[in-house]
Write a protein that binds this ligand. Structure first.
Ligand code: A3P
Length: 272
């Protein structure tokens, strides 16, 4: 008979499901996919496949902690579990909810130069709308109102890192959060990943042989046990060309918010 008696079925040897030890909270288009994939190079890290949206989507949150745990990968003792949902960073209810559900979580936030992030955000929405055959809007239409920046534009708001970080630091101590420089991760991933390993108190394992530059893609790709792969083609898209005077307006606009962010973060970034 093809039915195996229950008693003879071996118990799972590939670990247990549990709450994530690490949550990549954002920022959207900061390089969150690159970060989680690079973290997975470490043998003591297992990652949830998809963005879980547990803390920001009420319909998921209402399903409760058991559902959240069921979305996690199997982890062996000693392994750390990580999930990433970039929308967490800008969603006001999330910090409190994480504190209630997983007070021990360590948080990773990857940021990019705010204007570059805004352009990446616009490009992502553009492609999403294209796929759904929705009407396209130029960046200028969304970004400008009567010759001035439209401060209601969502992608602009998401680059005001200090506004969002402040809410997180009302709930979590700064020591619980590590900031990753998304621009540095693009240029040279290894030093950024060594800092992440250190923050997470992982045994140093990620090394230069894990990365190789792919000329065609124009980005670093990943190598693990001779298996080589680049991120999906939706990562590393071309951004629209923007008039220099608009770019300048953006750089000028973000200057003060960036200083506030540096102050809160207790560090600086090499931004325009
Ligand atoms: P662009 O597609 O605008 O260049 P996220 O995963 O948070 O959506 O971030 C996407 C961004 O990750 C990409 O934005 C890209 O610049 C960046 N990135 C960082 N490292 C990368 C890598 N090794 N390969 C591809 N994209 C990478």
């Amino acid at each position: 008979p093809s039915v195996v008696p229950r008693a003879t079925v071996a118990p799972p040897t590939n670990g247990t499901l549990r709450l994530p030890d690490i949550i990549i909270i954002g920022v959207r288009k900061g390089g969150t996919r690159a970060l989680i994939e690079m973290l997975r190079l470490h043998s003591d890290v297992v990652a949830a496949q998809n963005e879980v949206h547990f803390f920001d989507w009420d319909s998921h949150y209402q399903r409760g902690t058991d559902w959240y745990i069921s979305q996690m990968p199997y982890a062996r003792p000693g392994q750390l579990t990580v999930e990433k949902t970039p929308a967490y960073f800008t969603s006001s209810r999330v910090p409190e909810r994480i504190l209630r559900t997983q007070p021990d979580a360590r948080l990773l936030l990857i940021v990019r130069e705010p204007t570059e992030r805004l352009l990446s955000d616009y490009t992502q929405v553009f492609h999403n709308r294209l796929e759904k055959r929705k009407r396209q809007q130029t960046l200028e239409t969304l970004l400008m109102r009567n010759g001035e920046l439209n401060l209601d534009y969502k992608a602009l708001n998401r680059s005001l890192y200090h506004v969002h970080l402040r809410r997180w630091l009302d709930v979590f101590p700064r020591s619980r959060m590590h900031l990753v420089d998304g621009d540095a991760l693009i240029r040279d991933p290894l030093p950024e990943m060594k800092k992440v390993e250190e923050f997470l108190q992982l045994e140093p394992q990620i090394n230069a042989s894990n990365f190789y530059f792919n000329q065609t893609k124009g980005f670093y790709c990943l190598r693990n046990h001779r298996h080589e792969r680049c991120l999906h083609r939706s990562k590393g898209r071309k951004h629209p060309r923007v008039a220099p005077e608009i770019l300048q307006k953006l750089y000028d606009y973000f200057r003060e918010p960036n200083q506030k962010f540096f102050q809160l973060a207790g560090r600086t970034f090499d931004w325009k």
